[in-house]
Write a protein that binds this ligand. Structure first.
Ligand code: NAP
Length: 253
């Protein structure tokens, strides 16, 4: 039998669904057969995504939210359960990045980064996780970063948030694995999304980074999305607490 990612009948909530990696994840999950609930900040993105998902014959709904903590997390998870009847897959993808030398990082930059990338991800996992634990099964995939594994200049808050999300992945995997919920992460290198272009679009910054990637190129959103779909599928049934690095070899050398 061919190995195939089959998510038919599964229901997935994806945060940061409007653009970039999150949008690609929604489309990849939908191509594999999963119903999709998208959460993001810009409604026009969520509407145009809905048209693409509907073209695949997949059920889709969305909520607009600025995810920062437990209240919004509970609201969007409840909205997803109401729209799709349940959630079997949560992808914590929403994230922000500021570039600033460590000596210049402001409290607002620190709080926005940590609240979005770490606190919101934890409380979305908690809200979805409680429901998954009650059902005895579920898949959570966190989008971390290569910058959570190796240091990156001018990314103090970002690196700290992603390293913490990697550890949170392991803790949740340890606590919830015995009750049927697996928790894993993907850690991409630079991916050509609106965020990636904003941070790495300047060739003077891109060249030294490219030189450190053995494959010699930045990634495309679908190259992360396909790994997320795999981790959300039955093919990854024994994988728990793992961070899959999708970096063209950057962290291998
Ligand atoms: P992106 O192009 O900026 O897209 C991010 C999406 O998330 C947008 O739709 C954005 O909405 C939404 N979003 C941001 N903050 C949110 C919040 N608080 N609540 C709800 N939605 C929110 O970013 P991306 O490059 O696709 O990055 C996605 C994830 O991958 C992030 O966690 C990022 O850290 C991680 N990552 C990215 C790269 C890269 O090079 N691109 C590398 C490693 C890891 P709006 O458009 O309305 O703002």
């Amino acid at each position: 039998m061919p190995l195939e990612i089959d998510l038919s009948g599964r229901r997935a909530l994806v945060t940061g669904a409007g653009k970039g990696i999150g949008r690609a994840i929604c489309l990849e999950l939908a191509r594999a057969g999963a119903d999709v609930f998208g959460v993001s900040r810009t409604e026009s993105d969520l509407q145009s995504l809905g048209e693409e998902v509907a073209a695949l014959g997949i059920r889709y709904a969305y909520a607009i939210a600025e995810l920062r903590g437990p209240l919004e997390a509970e609201r969007v998870v409840e909205a997803a359960v109401t729209a799709l009847s349940a959630i079997e897959i949560l992808v914590n993808n929403a994230g922000v990045a500021w570039n600033a030398p460590a000596e210049d990082v402001t409290e607002e930059q620190w709080d926005t980064t940590l609240d979005t990338n770490l606190k919101a991800a934890f409380f979305c996992a908690q809200a979805a996780g409680r429901r998954m634990l009650a059902r005895g099964s579920g898949r959570i995939v966190n989008v971390t970063s290569q910058a959570g594994i190796v240091a990156l200049h001018d990314h103090a808050a970002y690196c700290a948030s992603k390293a913490a999300l990697g550890m949170l992945t392991k803790v949740l995997a340890a606590e919830w694995g015995p009750r049927g919920v697996t928790v894993n992460a993907v850690a991409p290198t630079v991916i050509l999304t609106p965020l990636g272009e904003r941070v790495w679009g300047d060739p003077a910054k891109a060249q030294p980074m490219l030189a450190k990637i053995p494959l010699g190129r930045f990634g495309q959103p679908v190259e992360v999305a396909s790994v997320v779909a795999f981790l959300a599928s039955d093919l990854a049934s024994l994988i728990n607490g793992e961070t899959v690095v999708v970096d063209g070899g950057y962290t291998a050398i």
